[in-house]
Design a protein around this ligand. Sequence first.
Ligand SMILES: [Mg+2]
Length: 307
Amino acid sequence: MFKQTFTNLTQLPKQRVRQWLGTFETIICDADGVLWHFNKAIDGAPETFNLLKDSGRRMFIVTNNSSDESNALIKKARTFGIQLNDGHMATSAMSIAYYLANKKFKKKAYIVGEMGIKQELDKFDICSFMVKNEQGDKSMLQMAKEMKIEPDVGAVIVAKDDTFTVQTIIRACAYLLNKQVLFLGTCLDAAYPIGNNRMLVGAGAMIAAIKAISGRKPLILGKPNPLMFSEAINCGLINPETTLMIGDTLKTDILFAHNSGFQSMFVATGVNTVQDVEAARCSGTELGMAMVPDTFLPSLALLQEFV
Ligand SMILES: [Mg+2]
């Protein structure tokens, strides 16, 4: 229903929207930009999440945020009043850890990112390390020549890293020049707008820098890769046909819904705008169309009246 039509639900008869919402057994919400912004809940979003849960639907949060371990993110959701069940949070860090565990990865992983990835890898006894603030007052040439390279590295994992520098790129590329070393990324989100013409730099920009210099192509294991939720589908926990994905970012959330066979709803409380959806629709490309959401509401809170 509504496939890639970007149907504005506020313009439909209420009964029609209720009927549509009634077809979903599982609802997956993105976190940042749908449920909260950094350390503040989005108005009405936790209440809507809880109402959907109380109505008997299975509620999940799936996020490309890899800075915290999944239980810490569940705790964060609960501080906003979101009644999230244990185990109902999936992160890109978990996705990377599962991927390496499935491959029976035995080498060391170099992490460009925050603690969340290390903590998820620790759960599978996968050895990993991070290197922060290594420049000092050396020139780039001197630093590159003197850099000590860890032996036995089998993967470079790149996520959003607040301490990302030229040194990070040199170190990552030193490993990646060996084609046997895996190049894994959390997501392609390049930037997070915070208002007042300011942007935070996302993993996508850091991955792009390392990709440009190493000439290697990364495997992205967060959204939109359907691997992120494939286990829940394969074990029969969720049926894609009765699953709705709600997100604020077209090339992660909406494409993830498309790739996983879920229906999608776009909310304009985060990264992308209605104009971005129109641009995707007018692009005339297959990828552009895959990023056109099925439905739209300005915010998650507006779904409340249809539950
Ligand atoms: Mg988001």
